[in-house]
Design a protein around this ligand. Structure first.
Ligand code: NDP
Length: 311
């Protein structure tokens, strides 16, 4: 449970296995689904349903949507997919969102980003019923998170928080530095850490002397989108490092035209200094869909006024 480097701690022990943690979370979600759906004698049982909307044929988005659908079904929930042509206009998409909002069998609505240029993404996200906003991107959920209300929380930062709490336990009094201030990752991450009583600094592209800022962190979150930007000598010895970045870079050593995924942190350098660190891939990435499934069960229970099972 301690993120502080212990003498003799091996590199392997320092690596936070997000894949394994996400698998455990999915099992807990499946148990919760089984409880609420009546398989364990629950009165008035229901099976949560997640609607995923994909506009266009972006290959990465298609993979994400396929994985979301598969994992939704594996946890015993209903998966509803809507695939729309890349030329779909905003009004057509808003009509679909209105239909999904009104459909009592739909508990969660996720619109896969990015959307084509002709569509204003924030208008679409804000058209989703906040009670079904399992991505947590609606301005109402962002506001509730910021004011300490019962919000549906964006999945990637929620996944980071769960990994941190698993490794460190109580985050009270720790200094967390979040590098990145996007609405999707950086800002909600900072709010979650504040809610967990960490002292939070948000850094971004205009931060003066970013390495010195990072060196102050007991918890360092990198959500930047710049391959291996955070170097080993930016990290305080023993700090816990959460690497949100997913960057595809050329890998000529693996053959012509090959690529590989790296995070925002120079992993090998950081591993030598940090108390714990998430790898890329296999760290934060798998947590995102697992938290989406958790949010779907939570939304389904809250809409029906049912207590949310432990997950
Ligand atoms: P954005 O591009 O929306 O935000 C990037 C942030 O990083 C901005 O706040 C920007 O600052 C800051 N930044 C950029 N360059 C620098 C720099 N040189 N120094 C300091 N700060 C800098 O990205 P996202 O938040 O959407 O995503 C961040 C990363 O996380 C990406 O690699 C993305 O692929 C990954 N990601 C991973 C997910 C997962 O499931 N694991 C899910 C979502 C994202 P400023 O505001 O000043 O421009």
């Amino acid at each position: 449970m301690s993120g502080i480097s212990q003498p003799g701690q091996s590199g392997a022990e320092k690596v936070i296995d997000g894949k394994a943690f996400a698998a455990g979370l999915r099992e807990r979600v499946a148990r919760a689904v089984s409880t609420v759906s009546g398989a364990q004698g629950f009165m008035g049982g229901f099976t949560p349903g997640l609607a995923v909307v994909l506009v266009g044929e972006d290959p990465a988005s298609q993979v994400y949507v396929r994985n979301k659908g598969k994992q939704t079904q594996e946890t015993g929930m209903r998966s509803i997919e809507h695939k729309l042509d890349a030329r779909t206009d905003q009004d057509t998409l808003l009509t679909l969102i209105a239909d999904l909002n009104a459909d009592d069998d739909v508990d969660g609505i996720l619109v896969q980003l990015p959307l084509p240029k002709q569509i204003d993404a924030q208008s679409v996200l804000d058209a989703i019923d906040p009670a079904k906003d399992v991505d947590g991107f609606h301005v109402i959920n962002a506001g509730r998170l910021a004011t300490g209300g019962a919000a549906l929380v964006p999945c990637t930062p929620l996944g980071c928080l769960l990994l941190l709490q698993d490794r460190l336990g109580d985050l009270s009094g720790k200094h967390a530095v979040v590098v990145g201030r996007s609405n999707i990752v950086g800002k909600p991450m900072a709010q979650l850490l504040l809610g967990a009583n960490a002292t939070v600094t948000i850094a971004h592209s205009r931060t003066a002397d970013l390495p010195a800022m990072c060196r102050q962190a007991d918890i360092l979150i990198a959500a930047v989108g710049r391959p291996e930007m955070v170097r080993g000598d930016w990290i305080k010895p023993g700090a816990v490092v959460i690497d949100v970045g997913i960057n595809r870079v050329p890998a000529p050593e693996q053959g012509e035209g090959k690529t590989r995924l790296v995070g925002d942190v120079a992993f090998d350098e950081a591993l030598a200094v940090a108390g714990a660190i998430t790898p890329v891939p296999g760290g934060v990435g798998p947590m995102t869909i697992a938290c989406l499934l958790r949010n779907t069960v939570e939304a389904a229970c809250r809409r029906r006024g049912v207590a949310v099972p432990e997950m």
